[in-house]
Write a protein that binds this ligand. Structure first.
Ligand SMILES: NC(=O)C1=CN([C@@H]2O[C@H](COP(=O)(O)OP(=O)(O)OC[C@H]3O[C@@H](n4cnc5c(N)ncnc54)[C@H](OP(=O)(O)O)[C@@H]3O)[C@@H](O)[C@H]2O)[C@H](O)CC1
Ligand SMILES: [K+]
Length: 480
């Protein structure tokens, strides 16, 4: 699981680490980690330009520049404000032979050390000009800790920011490297250890394939299980206009770990669903979770009927327009930015500019877990936990992909996962299934790839557990 921490959490951990390592020791450790990656990333014959800001972020890079020069690399410095550059760092870099230049133009590799976690979002003045040069000329950019100018805690952009190819970040991910419009500016992110102890607190998490072990026992049936004990997922989706949404939502539900899918809809649509998917049982009956809304009629009736059962529910598409005042059951709302904007009475662009704040508002407003679909799907729980999904490909922007996701999430809910886990596991596996298929694809291809992806998620954890057991055995036997 990837974890990200806020600036305040990082600062607090730095205070603790500095007692042991000293502030200078921390900065040297950050600089050392940076050098290791720069030596790998930058071709030996390139002259690197380091864009140096007024704080410790610039300090990290100045000490790294000195060490690069000692390793025979060529380094120039662009100082945002010569009077404020980290004095000891500047002395080290120039002492090692770094040249100060006025402008970054002409360089093909840049290190962005303008601002780190101490910065407000949005660059101005010369920093903005340098960011514009990067945007125009597209040199290879390695950002120190974060791309300068991003909203570190929320991923917002408030004016120009640096676009990086790589970000070397210290101690932990930062929320802005994972979510919001800022995340793509970080490029490939590498977290390096500088001895911060952050394990317990976290602002944002991101599930990975290797996290299957956390869910395996709640998804894979045991020998004692039968179809009902595995959970029944009910689907109320589709309409004469969007009959396909019923098929796709059912296909997503069938791809999950529940033991049975029920479909409730108009007789004609029910016949068509069962003709295509003979395992489906049509008609009302007991379920452990409902999925309501994909391609559905614009009416309050399907969600009201589902809520009357008092079981967990996935609420998608048209059903998002008929929400109760607050949910009394465990609910997973799955809007895209436009739908969330309509729910909150705001504009789509506002949601896209700050997805986290809007998802949080909705989670609080309706007392429900909110899965906000997008390039980085967010899942926000009622108690404030946040997961962001990093799997998937842009090919997922295809008709019906959301219907499959809703059905699959419903199956996880019916199997007993809570809305937060069901939403975040569904988003992860939906994205991994898309990566597996490759693209271009249609939504049915994703539904077909989901069972294998789910199996890998669970099996991978078995392999990992095998490895953990082996490590444990070796330790007990005193072997390395
Ligand atoms: N604490 C440590 O020893 C370690 C820090 N590490 C690295 O340090 C940065 C954080 O460094 P910090 O000095 O706190 O902050 P910055 O380098 O990000 O820059 C702060 C200065 O920038 C000014 N500022 C902030 N925002 C803007 C802006 N939008 N435009 C112009 N100027 C801005 C700010 O001025 P103020 O007026 O707000 O005071 C500061 O002068 C961290 O990211 C690491 O890279 C290492 O991790 C090692 C340990
Ligand atoms: K930076």
């Amino acid at each position: 699981m990837l974890t990200a921490h806020t600036v305040a959490q990082v600062r607090a951990a730095e205070e603790v680490a500095a007692v042991e390592q000293g502030w200078d020791g921390l900065m040297q450790r950050a600089a050392g980690a940076l050098v290791g990656h720069l030596l790998e990333l930058v071709p030996a014959d390139e002259t690197v330009v380091v864009l140096v800001g007024p704080g410790n972020n610039g300090g990290d890079a100045l000490f790294a520049a000195a060490r690069l020069l000692e390793r025979g690399r060529r380094v120039n410095l662009c100082l945002l404000d010569a009077s404020k550059a980290h004095p000891a760092g500047l002395a080290a870099a120039t002492g090692a032979g770094a040249q100060v230049v006025d402008r970054p133009e002409g360089h093909r590799v840049a290190v962005d050390a303008l601002f780190g976690i101490g910065a407000r979002p949005g660059l101005t003045g010369v920093a903005a000009e340098w960011a514009a040069w990067i945007e125009r000329e597209r040199p290879c950019v390695v950002a120190v800790d974060v791309p300068s100018g991003i909203g570190v805690d929320d991923g917002r952009l408030d004016g120009p920011a640096v676009r990086a190819d790589h970000t070397i970040t210290f101690g932990t991910m930062k929320p802005g490297l994972l979510l919001g419009p800022a995340a793509p500016l970080a490029g490939r992110v590498t977290v390096v250890d500088i001895g911060l102890d952050l394990a317990e607190q976290r602002a944002v998490e991101s599930l990975e394939l290797a996290d299957g072990h956390r869910f395996r026992d709640r998804m894979v049936p045991s020998a004692a299980d039968h179809k009902y004990s595995r959970g029944v997922v009910g689907v109320r989706a589709g309409s004469p206009e969007y009959a396909g949404a019923a098929h796709l939502c059912v296909a997503g539900a069938q791809a999950g770990p529940a033991g049975m899918v029920r479909f409730v809809g108009a007789p004609d649509l029910s016949h068509r669903v069962v003709d295509r998917a003979p395992e489906v049982v049509a008609g009302a009956g007991r379920v452990q979770a409902w999925v309501v809304g994909p391609g559905g009629e614009d009416s309050a009736e399907p969600l009201d009927a589902a809520l009357a059962d008092g079981v967990p529910v996935v609420v998608d598409a048209t059903a998002l327009g008929h929400l109760p005042d607050r949910f009394e059951v465990d609910a997973l709302l799955t809007p895209h930015a436009g739908e969330l904007a309509a729910m909150l009475g705001t504009e789509r662009a506002e949601v896209e500019a700050d997805p986290l704040a809007h998802a949080r508002r909705a989670a609080e407003r309706w007392s429900a877990t909110v899965l906000l679909k997008g390039p980085r799907t967010l899942v926000v729980s009622t108690d404030g936990r946040v997961r962001v999904n990093t799997s998937g490909t842009p090919w997922l922007g295809t008709a019906g992909a959301g219907d499959v996701l809703a059905g699959f999430a419903g199956s996880l809910l019916a199997r007993g996962l809570d809305a937060f886990d069901a939403g975040s596991v569904a988003a992860l596996l939906h994205g991994l299934a898309a990566e597996r298929v490759g693209g271009p694809f249609v939504a049915s291809d994703i539904a077909r790839a989901l069972p294998g992806t789910l199996r890998d998620f669970c099996d991978g954890s078995r392999l990992m557990r095998g490895a953990e057991d082996e490590i444990h055995r070796r330790r007990e036997e005193g072997r390395p």
